[in-house]
Design a protein around this ligand. Structure first.
Ligand code: HEM
Length: 425
């Protein structure tokens, strides 16, 4: 982390104030559109509309203007009752992400209301000492899973199966592959074919998009399904390791919904994006190291978390201003990942930047997997399974570059082709 920080962990820059008009635009691009595209369950068709309307580009232009007008200071947005600060400077991003879980928690009001509908007790909804206990449990089991070559081998076999049985495949087929993988890795091999678990979970995450805050009526049925795997866990599965290490204060069951959706749905979107980019810019190698870097680069160019949010647990000082507890902080990955003023390769697909000697790993603007104590604990597992999948496909077939992945100037489009199928040449 760079930059001078004061005692509260916040920056020395005084916050500026956006006009009412800019605040309304910010509300549209930084809140309404991300919400419409699905906070807990991706809505590919809305993503497609967002692409047609150039929402990502409009977001970048708005943030770029606010940055220039306010000299990279945090900017207060007038967004109703809750104070919201847009964070732009690298050092301020670092202060916030490394200031987790206190004074800047990922357990924001909106996330809490949505996620608690289907997974109350998940790590992202915990605070203070409880968060530490649960996070330690998750870090341990996910790093063991990432180191287990059996999981990457399963991912490779499942991907080869799709390649061998399909001439082309759409996102739905791709999603099913990843959801099957998630059940296998998280709940054990005997859960791989248990489509009902995923269907129930998908219906709960889809209703969480409405952020009603009301517990989903399907939670008890989902828990019964999960308990059947936890009672007699299959050795080597994430569930088995969770059960072995759980404590009364950090139980295994409340974490499983989150792990299943991340390894199933989030990884599916990111590998789909990576395949589109690899097709447009074919590499000379299909090795796992390059494929890992390609996946990280896809998560940069088309981040599935376009905006990271944090909420302050107590007052924090920003320059001369005391910012009250409960303030929302927005870190806009859609902008920071593509900011040509700060990153000269912002719109190019350059996986080599993630390899030794590259600049991407230490770049605070890049938060495809987040940074700091509340970053993604599943990153290594996602990269090991995801790179195995990408290697299995690219070794076996050449893919037709989907139209629209590159712009007319040869740079990468601001949005992915959410619905374009992957086709062999
Ligand atoms: C390519 C795939 C993935 C991407 C792009 C991704 C991205 C992210 C990001 C950006 C965050 C932090 C959000 C924030 O700072 O507010 C996060 C958190 C998290 N991710 Fe991932 N993730 C991926 C895969 C996974 C996998 C495979 C797992 C586990 C099986 C996982 C488990 C989690 C958990 C539990 C958190 C919450 C951590 C906390 O609140 O302390 N993720 N992920």
């Amino acid at each position: 982390m760079t930059g001078e920080l004061d005692d509260s962990g916040a920056s020395m820059r005084n916050p500026a104030r956006a006009t009412m008009r800019d605040s309304l635009s910010a509300r549209t691009y930084l809140s309404a559109w991300p919400t419409a595209q699905g906070l807990f369950h991706a809505r590919p068709r809305v993503r497609q509309v967002a692409r047609q309307l150039d929402v990502a580009l409009q977001t970048i232009l708005l943030c770029d203007r606010l940055r220039r007008e306010h000299d990279e200071s945090p900017v207060w947005l007038r967004t109703g009752n809750v104070g919201t600060l847009l964070i732009i400077h690298r050092d301020d991003i670092a202060s916030i992400l490394y200031g987790a879980p206190e004074p800047f928690t990922a357990d924001t009001a909106v996330k809490h209301a949505g996620m608690s509908q289907y997974q109350p007790g998940a790590v992202s909804l915990c605070r203070g000492a409880q968060w530490r206990r649960v996070r330690d449990l998750i870090d341990t089991v996910l790093s063991e899973a990432a180191d287990d070559p059996a999981h990457a081998a399963t991912a490779r076999t499942m991907a080869r199966n799709v390649v061998d049985t399909h001439h082309e495949w759409d996102f739905r087929t791709w999603l099913e592959l990843h959801r099957r993988l998630a059940r296998h890795v998280v709940l054990g091999e005997r859960a791989a074919g248990d489509q009902a678990v995923t269907d129930l979970l998908a219906s709960m995450t889809a209703s969480a998009n409405r952020v009603s805050g009301r517990p989903d009526p399907s939670i008890p049925a989902f828990n019964v399904m999960i308990e059947s795997y936890l009672r007699d866990p299959q050795p080597g599965s994430v569930a088995a390791n969770l059960v072995e290490l759980e404590t009364p204060q950090a139980p295994a069951a409340p974490q499983l919904a989150h792990l299943l959706t991340k390894l199933g749905d989030t990884l599916a979107l990111n590998t789909f994006h990576a395949l589109q980019l690899l097709a447009a810019r074919p590499p000379t190698t299909t090795g796992p190291i390059y494929m890992t870097a390609a996946l990280q680069e896809a998560a940069r160019l088309w981040p599935t978390s376009g905006v990271l949010t944090r909420e302050s647990t107590h007052d924090t000082r920003w320059g001369e201003e005391l910012v009250p507890a409960g303030t929302q902080f927005l870190i806009v990955n859609t902008f920071g990942h593509r900011d040509r003023r700060r990153v000269d390769y912002a719109d190019d697909f350059l996986p080599t930047e993630w390899l030794d000697g590259g600049s991407a790993q230490s770049e605070m603007l890049f938060n495809g997997f987040g940074h700091g104590p509340q970053d993604c604990p599943g990153e290594e597992l996602a990269l090991s399974c995801g790179s195995a999948i990408l290697a299995a496909v690219t070794e076996a077939v050449e893919i037709e570059p989907p139209s629209g992945v590159l712009r007319d100037d040869g740079r990468v489009a601001y949005s992915s082709q959410a619905l374009a199928p992957i086709r062999r040449r």
